[in-house]
Every structure is written in structure tokens, then in C-alpha cells.
Design a protein around this ligand. Structure first.
Ligand SMILES: C[S@@+](CC[C@H](N)C(=O)[O-])C[C@H]1O[C@@H](n2cnc3c(N)ncnc32)[C@H](O)[C@@H]1O
Length: 751
């Protein structure tokens, strides 16, 4: 039975219920619902007015639990509305997508929002159904989409049984939903609105648009401007036509419809040969400014620069355009040279402003074939440990709200329950792709698990929107999404071990998504705001594949492989996994047992400033025995000669630290052993140290070990190697956390 206090258990029970329901529903596939299953108009009306009054309190500008179920995948409609054949509700078959058909219905109740925006609808024959639109941003209010009396078209409708035994026309792809204008000629007479305002002038509709604009009702403003553009008697390319485009560009820009904003803004430009007046110049600057801003927001800084420069050619003294040009040139410099001030960036990132105003620097990497791993990311130049490999601005980063709203995504296909921000991430990406074909193409090009073969990479614009397959969007997010800290990796509580699972931030970084996995990663990422900063962990030659870590090497090999299979559908064959696979069974079992013993020993015997000097000899001996025991399980020894032995690390550090009062050389050896077990092979000869990072793993233990070794060396008077180890520790810290802020506070000073 589900434990009510544990949300995960509750959601697991819900997942099982949904799966059971899905199985039962399949029995109805292709059948028409029985009279018993159908609801009457009155019943639906009652149901919705009750739900609306209950929901009104909960839905306050998007403050509610966001939960979504991902059901069985089906494709979005890629045909224009005009080519689809109408189908009435009574002809809809259950558990079936009606390809080539369109359902035209009118809402007759108060809409509500639970996991979707819903309303009761009727068709021209008077039959009724429930209509639900999924995957919309929480900022979309029910009345924005399905207000009482709206006539809407559902392209290629999918009729389904719901978990509570009801029936629903379910729209998973928002592009399958089209709100019909009152005068649309595809509305059947019975559904047509009682009154249609005919003959309104473009000018008066524009005024309505301006009123909506002033009220920040961007979508409404867009609709009015679009209506005005279609009004009778409007002169194409005339002043009013251009004003409507320019104004609509502003509204599109606010809603993140960047490509539409650019197209509208540029359409609004008045050629100098038509009108060279000051007034024409003013409005042209406004249009160019909007085009530039939209290009900037899309990360197309070259295009943005061009528009701001054009604006300055019209008026060299235009302050806003100049400021934007300067800002854009900074982005172009970052894009070209990667000259970031990381500490300043880290300071600028806050909970209120986690999205930073910086460009990506990707020039040191390229995407190419990685053989069996599909595509991969490759270095375009030689890089040293600690060098920046790439810096990338998030395509989409989603952060939990302070209010602690919980969001949950239950995926019936993959059996996955994701808590935190994944459902909000899905809605945000879907919204971004719907309106931006170029960005959609980039996103849809990412690995999607291979399940969407034929439509892969398509971003077809149909009826003015990209036909976005939300199932594919989610699959891509599953394979490519990163969990990230709320603000930055150096805020350990947000990004490190202590983060709260239910409130994790998540995001998509396009370039990083092409990096394949290796347990022996050669590059590591840290987050500063929504910027991912990836640094080399060892020497990389031009042409080397950049490998990051999806699953840490801390857990035993079998567990790692299982997680990679479940989450990413592959098995790792890095040198470490290959070696681990050859360890004889008894040694694997012995290591698992010793791991448990070590964990218990370490939690019973923590070392801190007070206890470190008073560890009884017997405890120290036990620690050493555990270390020797676990080391023996890396067997045959030859296999691991150049590989990390991760299970030796925590106990190795304990043994090293608890022996600090011993002889310097012994202590040094212990800490160098920990480094060796992490894959750092340090050789000290006289006053020099060489550090081979060939199979090194990055984790705080390596920083601790390097710091201790450095201090011992300094105490021995061997300053050269002491500094080299101090520098290693700092390098690793910066690679893990993006900046060195907090380094001393956590790891002390070098010597
Ligand atoms: C985030 S994508 C990486 C880019 C991907 N290779 C592509 O072609 O777009 C993750 C997917 O890449 C593949 N992959 C990553 N690392 C791999 C590895 N070490 N061995 C085999 N396949 C790997 C798996 O299919 C995995 O689900």
C-alpha cells in the first residue's frame, strides 16, 4: 500500500494506475463508446461548473501543482487545416487518432485547468464531449484557450478513455489545436456565433490591438493586429499595414516568438525612396530595434548587430540602439574569443536572475560522427587540463519557484516519474519550438532515443505554427537534459550533494548534448547561472572526443551500467568498465561487503578538528585493514595498474588524515595513494612533481588529497611539488564549481 507521506510512492501508485487504465483502454481500440460511457450535455455542464468554482481558488496565475502524464506516443498533424475532412463526435472511435480528419466544436461550459486546460464541447449535431489541451505553459489561463462559447478545431483528434472511466478528446500536441475566428468559413452554421461584428475597419481593430498591448495582453494584441491585417480595404504595404506589422513585432517579441518578430519588424520598414521624413525614420528605428532585440534573444548576434547598425545609420545618436550595439559586440567577442570574467559572472547570478546575459563560446569543439556512439563532440584544438573546452548558454533552463510548488511528470512509456521542474521544462520547450522554426530544428536534431526516426529533425510550419511532436520533445529532454543548481555550482547547497530532489532545476544545453559518456570523462561542466562552463580534465589533442559523465563512477560497475541502460539505453565500454567486467565474482562480492563495512566505519568514526588527534590505535589499524582489504579486490592487479580504484578513496583519506601526527613521508605516501586511487599518478623527484591525469576522476576527495599532500610537502620544505599539488587542487575545484570562490573556505589554504 502506498505510504501517504511519501510523494514518490503516491506518484508510483498513480503511474501503476495509469498503466492499468491504459491497458484496459486498449480493449476499446477502434470502438465507439457505449451509451453508458457517454455523458449528457447537462452532466458535462454541471461537472465543469463545479470544477471551475473549485479551481478558481487554486489557479492564481499559475500557482498550482503541475503534474503531467505522458501516455502512448502519436504524431502531431502535419497537414493544413484546410486539407482535413470534418468528423462529428459520434463517429470518433476510442483509442484512435483520426488521421486526415478535423473535429470542429464549440465550448459550452466554464473551462478549468488541472493537468490540462479542459472544457465541455458540442459539435454541429449537438453531440458532446470533453476536450483537453495538454502541454501548455502554466501562464496560459483556461480562458485564454477555451473560453465559454469559443469555436475550435482539433486536427486529427484522438479520442480516449480516462482513468476515471470518462471520455476525452485529448490534444497532446498544442499545434493540433486551432482557435477559429468568428467569421471562419469552416465553422458549421449551428456553431457560428450569434453575432459577428462585420465591416470593422483595420484602424479600429488596430486600436483594440494597441489597448491589449498596453495591458500586456500580448496574445490578444497579436490576434487583433492579425485581424486588422485581414480587414477589408487594407492597403498592402501602406502606412497602416506597416504599423500593424511593427506593433505585432513588439507583441511577438514579448512572447518569445522571435522569428515572427523579426519577420514582422522587417516587413514594417519604410524604404527611404517612399518616405524620407523624420517620422518615417523614427518608426524605422523602432522596427530595426525590435528585429535586433529578437535576433539577440535568439542568440543570433551577427544578425542583431546588423539591425542595430542599420538603426544607427538612420540616426547615429539613437541612445538605445547604440547601447544595444555595444552589448551585442560584447556577445560577439565572447562567442569569438571566450573572454569571460567568470568571478564577475558568478557574482551576477542570483536566484532572481539565474539567466545571464552572455553568449556561448563553442569554437574549441565540433560535432562529428563518433562511430557506435552516434554523433559526438570533438576538440578542434589542443587543450591543457583546466582549459575551457566550451561555455554554453542554456537553450532552456527551468528553475523551481520559491513558493515550493511541486511538479511531477509521470511517463507511462518509460515508467519514469520525474519531480522538480521536468514538466515545466517540457511546456517551456514546447512553447519555444512552436513559434521558432530555426530553434525547433536545432532542438529536434538532438538524440531522441531513435524512436521518432522518420520525423527526426523536422520543424514543419503548418497553419502558422511548428507542428511540434511533444512526445519527441520529452524524449529528447530525457536523453539530453541536465540537472543543474538553482543559481551556480559553487552554491553547494543548491548544486551539490544537499539539493532537494523535489525542487531540482533542469535544463537543455544543445552543444553539451552531443557529448557522449565515459566513466573516465576527460571534461567536466560547472554551472554559473544558466551558463555551462566545461573544462578539460586532461591533455586533449585536436580531434579527441570530448567525453563527459552521465552517471558517476562512485557506484559499482553493475549499478552504473544498469542506470545507463535504463536512462540512456546504452552500456559504457570505457577502460574502467572493461576492467571491472573482468573482476572475478568473489572479488566483486567481497568489495560490495567491504563497501558497506567502510560506510558504517566512516559514519561511526568521523574525523573533524577535535577528533583527528585522538583516534585510538586500534581504530587506525581497523581503517588500514579495511583499506588493504578493498584494495585487494581490484584484481587482477595488472588490470587496474593505470585505472582508478574508487572504493579505496574514502577510507584511504580517513587513514591518511587519522595518521597526520605520523612521519611526513608516510603521510605523503598515503595522500599520494588516494590520488592514485582517483587516477592521478604523481611522481616526485627532488624538487619537481609530475602529475599524470591519464585516467583521473574528478570529485572533492581528489581536491582534499591534493591539498593534504601539498601541505605535507610544504612542511617537508619541498615547495615546488607542494605548489604543484596546491595548483592541482585549485584546478579541480574550478573545473567542478566554475570559479574558485569558496575554495579556501572549504579546503583551507595550501600551506
Ligand atoms: C546525450 S546523447 C549524446 C549524443 C548522441 N551520441 C547523438 O548522436 O546525438 C546520449 C546518447 O548517446 C549515446 N551514447 C552516449 N555515450 C555513449 C557511450 N559511451 N557508448 C555508447 N553510446 C553512447 C547513447 O545512445 C545515449 O543515449
Amino acid at each position: 500500500m502506498a505510504d501517504d507521506s511519501d510523494p514518490l510512492k503516491q506518484y508510483r501508485a498513480l503511474l501503476e494506475k495509469q498503466k492499468g487504465q491504459l491497458k484496459n483502454a486498449k480493449a476499446y481500440k477502434g470502438q465507439k463508446p457505449s451509451a453508458l460511457m457517454r455523458r449528457s450535455r447537462w452532466e458535462l455542464k454541471q461537472e465543469f461548473s463545479l470544477a471551475a468554482s473549485e479551481m478558481r481558488g487554486l489557479w492564481q496565475g499559475g500557482r498550482m501543482v503541475l503534474s503531467s502524464f505522458i501516455g502512448e506516443a502519436y504524431p502531431p498533424c502535419t497537414r493544413p487545416l484546410s486539407s482535413l475532412v470534418p468528423i462529428p463526435i459520434r463517429d470518433l472511435a476510442l483509442e484512435t487518432q483520426h488521421r486526415g480528419r478535423v473535429l470542429i466544436v464549440k465550448t459550452f461550459a466554464e473551462p478549468n485547468r488541472m493537468t490540462s486546460i479542459q472544457n465541455a464541447v458540442e459539435d454541429e449535431l449537438g453531440d458532446v464531449a470533453r476536450l483537453a489541451i495538454y502541454n501548455l505553459l502554466p501562464t496560459v489561463a483556461p480562458d485564454d484557450i477555451l473560453p465559454l462559447g469559443a469555436v475550435v478545431a482539433v486536427k486529427e483528434p484522438y479520442y480516449k478513455c480516462t482513468a476515471d472511466g470518462g471520455l476525452i478528446v485529448r490534444v497532446d500536441h498544442p499545434s493540433d489545436f486551432v482557435a477559429l475566428k468568428p467569421g471562419s468559413n469552416i465553422i458549421p452554421p449551428r456553431l457560428a456565433p450569434d453575432t459577428i461584428e462585420l465591416g470593422l475597419s483595420a484602424l479600429s481593430i488596430k486600436e483594440d490591438g494597441n489597448t491589449a498591448f498596453k495591458r500586456n495582453e500580448w496574445q490578444l494584441a497579436i490576434e487583433h493586429y492579425s485581424d486588422a491585417l485581414e480587414a477589408d480595404g487594407l492597403e498592402g504595404n501602406g502606412d497602416l499595414w506597416r504599423t500593424l506589422h511593427r506593433n505585432r513585432a513588439g507583441a511577438h517579441l514579448r512572447l518569445g516568438h522571435y522569428e515572427l518578430a523579426i519577420a514582422d519588424a522587417l516587413a514594417a520598414i519604410i524604404p527611404a525612396e517612399d518616405d524620407a521624413s523624420e517620422a518615417a525614420k523614427d518608426v524605422n528605428i523602432k522596427a530595426l530595434y525590435r528585429a535586433g532585440r529578437a535576433a539577440y534573444e535568439m542568440g543570433d548576434f551577427l544578425q542583431a548587430k546588423q539591425h542595430f547598425k542599420q538603426a544607427l545609420e538612420v540616426d547615429t545618436n539613437h541612445r538605445e540602439a547604440r547601447a544595444e550595439l555595444i552589448r551585442t559586440e560584447k556577445r560577439l567577442a565572447e562567442q569569438e574569443n571566450g573572454g569571460y570574467n567568470f568571478p564577475a559572472m558568478a557574482k551576477s547570478a542570483t536566484k532572481q536572475h539565474p539567466r545571464l546575459d552572455h553568449a556561448s563560446f563553442l569554437k574549441n569543439t565540433e560535432i562529428a560522427s563518433a562511430g557506435q556512439r552516434g554523433r559526438g563532440l570533438f576538440a578542434t584544438k589542443d587543450l591543457k587540463p583546466g582549459d575551457v573546452v566550451f561555455v554554453e548558454k542554456a537553450f532552456q533552463a527551468t528553475h523551481p519557484k520559491d513558493s515550493g510548488d511541486m511538479s511531477v511528470l509521470i511517463n507511462v512509456n518509460t515508467d519514469r516519474i520525474s519531480m522538480g521542474t521536468p514538466s515545466l521544462r517540457l511546456y517551456s520547450i514546447v512553447d519555444k519550438l512552436l513559434w521558432n522554426p530555426t530553434l525547433a530544428k536545432k532542438y529536434l536534431d538532438l538524440f531522441d532515443g531513435g524512436k521518432f526516426g522518420s520525423s527526426k529533425g523536422d520543424a514543419e510550419v503548418v497553419d502558422g505554427k511548428v507542428a511540434v511532436d511533444t512526445f519527441q520533445v520529452q524524449s529528447i529532454a530525457d536523453f539530453n537534459g541536465f540537472s543543474c543548481p538553482r543559481v551556480k555550482s559553487s552554491d553547494k547547497e543548491e548544486g551539490g550533494e544537499k539539493h532537494n530532489d523535489y525542487k531540482t532545476s533542469t535544463g537543455i544545453w544543445l552543444q553539451a548534448s552531443y557529448a557522449n559518456h565515459s566513466c573516465l570523462q576527460n571534461a567536466a561542466g560547472a554551472f554559473i547561472g544558466d551558463m555551462m562552463v566545461v573544462r578539460a580534465l586532461r591533455d586533449l589533442r585536436a580531434g579527441d572526443e570530448i567525453l563527459m559523465r552521465y552517471v558517476g563512477p562512485i557506484e559499482p560497475c553493475a549499478g552504473r551500467q544498469k542506470r545507463m541502460r535504463n536512462l540512456y539505453d546504452f552500456e559504457c565500454d570505457c577502460a574502467l568498465c572493461q576492467a571491472e567486467a573482468k573482476v572475478p565474482g568473489p572479488a566483486v562480492e567481497k568489495r560490495a561487503r567491504l563497501r558497506r563495512e567502510i560506510d558504517a566505519f566512516l559514519s561511526a568514526n568521523p574525523l573533524d578538528d577535535d577528533t583527528v588527534w585522538t583516534v585510538p590505535a586500534a581504530k587506525k589499524a581497523k581503517g588500514r585493514r579495511l583499506l588493504e582489504g578493498v584494495r585487494e579486490t581490484y584484481h587482477p592487479e595488472e588490470l587496474f595498474r593505470r585505472l582508478p580504484r574508487f572504493d579505496c578513496v574514502t577510507i584511504g583519506l580517513w587513514v591518511g588524515v587519522s595518521a597526520l601526527a605520523g612521519r611526513p613521508n608516510d603521510e605523503l605516501g598515503r595522500f599520494l595513494s588516494v590520488l592514485r586511487d582517483m587516477g592521478y599518478f604523481v611522481a616526485i623527484q627532488g624538487g619537481n612533481a609530475t602529475i599524470d591525469r591519464g585516467s583521473a576522476i574528478i570529485a572533492p576527495s581528489a581536491i582534499h588529497a591534493a591539498m593534504y599532500a601539498g601541505r605535507v610537502l610544504a612542511a617537508m620544505g619541498n615547495q615546488g611539488p607542494a605548489s604543484a599539488l596546491g595548483a592541482l587542487a585549485r584546478d579541480l575545484y574550478i573545473a567542478m564549481f566554475g570559479v574558485d570562490e569558496g575554495f579556501e573556505a572549504e579546503f583551507g589554504s595550501a600551506a
